[in-house]
Design a protein around this ligand. Structure first.
Ligand SMILES: Cc1ncc(COP(=O)(O)O)c(C=O)c1O
Length: 363
């Protein structure tokens, strides 16, 4: 078991905050941030202080949108804190948690920090990064308390279908474990989004936020869906962490949710256009191979040469003012992650530069 003292933060998050910004930034995975003006907020919409366990109008709106009773909703500071709070409530230090690999590092690091005995199940490039229930079956044990999935998968963007989630739920039930599904990218299916996997059973717990699909990261409008007794435990545990929510943020989340269909419409148009651009780029590159998901904001190509992407990423950054995420942050150094959620002209220029950098490292 990893000592919790070994975890001093998230190497990926530190890199994202200090190294990822560039003129042609293809390292982001969320829609371009909206400004407060885009939300058409009036001062009368805001207030500073509330209290209690969840701002009722926000809880009602989330409940109606996702078909979830408010007794099963916990609001949090982004998916990041939703993950932390959910993980903290779902196992005790030393208990076994089965995590996908490759994984979103901050979530994995949080589980380690909380003292999980981490086991892994692999999502293989050769299998299109799909979750294979038999792979989970092989790794699960009577000691497993939790199985973790991101849907869509970060870094590959691959969707896990309801049937597979049901199979995972059955495996979890057999050993008395729960399933934690991080659905922050599922929102990028927009009108095609399946019902939240929370509806698959009481042993499913879901985290998400308005960050990725809507450009609303700054609101920190996160949430957990969990069966009522568990949700109550999470609220009580949160009394040790943030105690109360930032109420102006809760109010702004209500304002944003009132406009969410309009915001979603613009986001979908942009992502459809940008996905086509990336697909055209990938069609033309013999030196890359890539699982090409139909949805989401990222793809995770790998170098056919088998080399790590480190040299590519540094040439790109230093010479071409362009950033992608090195695959080493996702335990797959021969890959890199490309985001398509930025402005189209930035993506176009960034891809052109990526092409030049790829030619350069081959020469
Ligand atoms: C899988 C996953 N979970 C959570 C987050 C963070 O989301 P939020 O901004 O809602 O905290 C990210 C952001 O990259 C992510 O990829």
């Amino acid at each position: 078991m990893t000592s919790t003292r070994a975890i001093s933060g998230s190497s990926y998050m530190h890199w994202a905050k200090t190294q990822s910004v560039s003129r042609f930034n293809l390292a982001t995975s969320g829609l371009e941030n909206l400004s407060i003006h885009d939300l058409r907020v009036s001062l009368d919409d805001l207030e500073l202080t509330y209290g209690g366990y969840g701002y009722e109008p926000l809880m009602q709106m989330l409940g109606a949108r996702y078909g979830v009773d408010t007794s099963s909703i916990v609001t949090t500071a982004g998916t990041s804190f939703a993950n932390h709070l959910a993980l903290a409530a779902l196992f005790q230090p030393g208990e076994e948690v089965l995590f996908e690999e490759p994984a979103y590092e901050p979530m994995l690091a949080t589980a380690r920090y909380l003292g999980a005995d981490i086991k892994r199940y692999e999502r293989r490039f050769e299998e299109g990064f799909r979750v294979l229930a038999q792979e989970i079956s092989k790794q699960v044990s009577d000691r497993t308390r939790l199985i973790v999935v991101t849907n869509l998968h970060n870094p590959s963007g691959v969707l896990t279908h309801q049937e597979t989630l049901k199979d995972i739920g059955e495996i979890a039930e057999r050993v008395g474990a729960r399933v934690l599904v991080n659905e922050v990218y599922l929102e990028t299916l927009f009108a095609e989004m399946p019902p939240t996997s929370f509806h698959l059973g009481d042993h499913f717990v879901v985290t998400s936020s308005l960050t990725k699909a809507f450009g609303l990261s700054g609101l920190r409008s996160g949430r957990i869906f969990a069966e009522p007794e568990l949700a109550r435990r999470m609220w009580l545990l949160n009394d040790l962490f943030s105690a109360t929510q930032v109420h102006s943020g809760e109010r702004l989340s209500v304002v944003a949710l009132r406009q969410i269909d309009e915001i979603a419409g613009r986001a979908k148009t942009l992502l459809d256009r940008n996905r086509e651009l990336l697909n055209t780029f990938l069609d033309a590159r013999q030196d890359l191979e890539c699982v090409r998901p139909q949805f989401g904001t990222v793809m995770f190509p790998r170098l056919r040469s088998g080399e790590t992407s480190d040299r590519l990423c540094s040439v790109l950054r230093e010479k071409y003012e362009t950033t992608v995420v090195p695959g080493s942050f996702f335990e797959r150094p021969e890959h890199f992650r490309v985001g398509i959620a930025g402005e189209t002209d930035v993506l176009e220029a960034g891809l052109e530069r990526l092409g030049r950098a790829l030619d350069e490292i081959k020469a």
